[in-house]
Design a protein around this ligand. Structure first.
Ligand SMILES: C[S@@+](CC[C@H](N)C(=O)[O-])C[C@H]1O[C@@H](n2cnc3c(N)ncnc32)[C@H](O)[C@@H]1O
Length: 251
């Protein structure tokens, strides 16, 4: 079983399920807007959401009207979240994120709005939905709940706000996190875990205090700049023999 306590877009859980690497995935997310998307999907409304996307005529007027409408019900809230994600700079959902004015190829708000692709991705989810257990809750509580399960592997990708890092604050509505508590909870995990963080001295110190292994991984961000991310685990000997060949790209 895979546990992803800071799910966001849940790329690791989804990949593990599609590739049959995990039989089941427990995903948790605290942000009610993001949670609405997952709830909509697991409650059997993925096809409704796909149709809602296909039926939406995106222009400045329809976008402003849609995003300023009250968030009524899980399904409409899920649609608004996807719309905002696809039409704002860097897909940022947090307050203060601007709309894509020029976007890719000068196509503005339409530059990342691919209705057919989004709808197809949602349709594909139908096949794995029965294997997803989604929780709208605090990831720290979820780690605690599953920490004694020897058959649980955790992928932990928290907002990067440790060591004074600002990126997580700008990117996520819910960015405040008790990082020390997260590290302590990781120490109670009976199965395995893999955690990713921004590379800061404070994070390295917390990892070493708990006797975790850590490794610096090169990745490219959306501006194609190479940055180092830290991968932390209880035991990383397996990673040395299976080093990923490509660089990870931030979504
Ligand atoms: C770095 S992102 C995860 C990205 C994810 N790996 C993906 O594939 O999209 C961190 C996520 O954790 C969520 N989050 C922040 N604090 C949380 C908490 N206490 N419990 C659960 N989720 C939380 C944020 O809303 C954000 O979606």
């Amino acid at each position: 079983m895979l546990v992803e306590p800071f799910a966001g877009g849940g790329i690791i859980s989804l990949t593990a399920l599609f590739e049959n690497i995990a039989e089941r995935a427990v995903m948790a997310e605290i942000d009610p807007d993001i949670a609405a998307v997952w709830k909509c999907v697991v409650e059997g409304n993925a096809l409704w959401l796909a149709d809602r996307i296909l039926g939406f005529d995106l222009n400045w007027e329809s976008l402003e009207k849609e995003l300023s409408a009250p968030r009524e019900g899980t399904r409409e809230r899920a649609f608004q979240t996807i719309l905002k994600n696809r039409t704002s700079h860097g897909g940022i959902l947090a307050k203060g994120s601007g709309r894509l004015r020029r976007g890719e190829n000068g196509k503005g708000i339409r530059s990342r709005w691919y209705p057919e692709t989004l709808a197809q991705r949602l349709r594909n989810l139908e096949g794995i939905v029965p294997r997803i257990h989604f929780l709208e809750s605090d990831g720290l509580e979820v780690i605690q709940t599953y920490s004694e399960r020897k058959d649980a592997a955790f992928f932990i990708d928290p907002p990067y706000t440790a060591g004074g890092k600002k990126a997580g604050k700008r990117l996520y509505t819910h960015s405040e996190l008790d990082h020390k508590r997260l590290f302590s909870l990781c120490g109670t995990i009976e199965g395995g875990f893999l955690m990713t963080y921004d590379k800061t001295e404070e994070v390295i110190q917390m990892a070493e205090k708990h006797g975790f292994h850590h490794k610096s991984i090169a990745m490219r961000n959306t501006h194609h700049a190479t940055m180092n991310e830290l991968v932390i685990a209880k035991d990383m000997t397996w990673l040395d023999g299976n080093r990923p060949s490509g660089r990870r790209r931030m979504p």
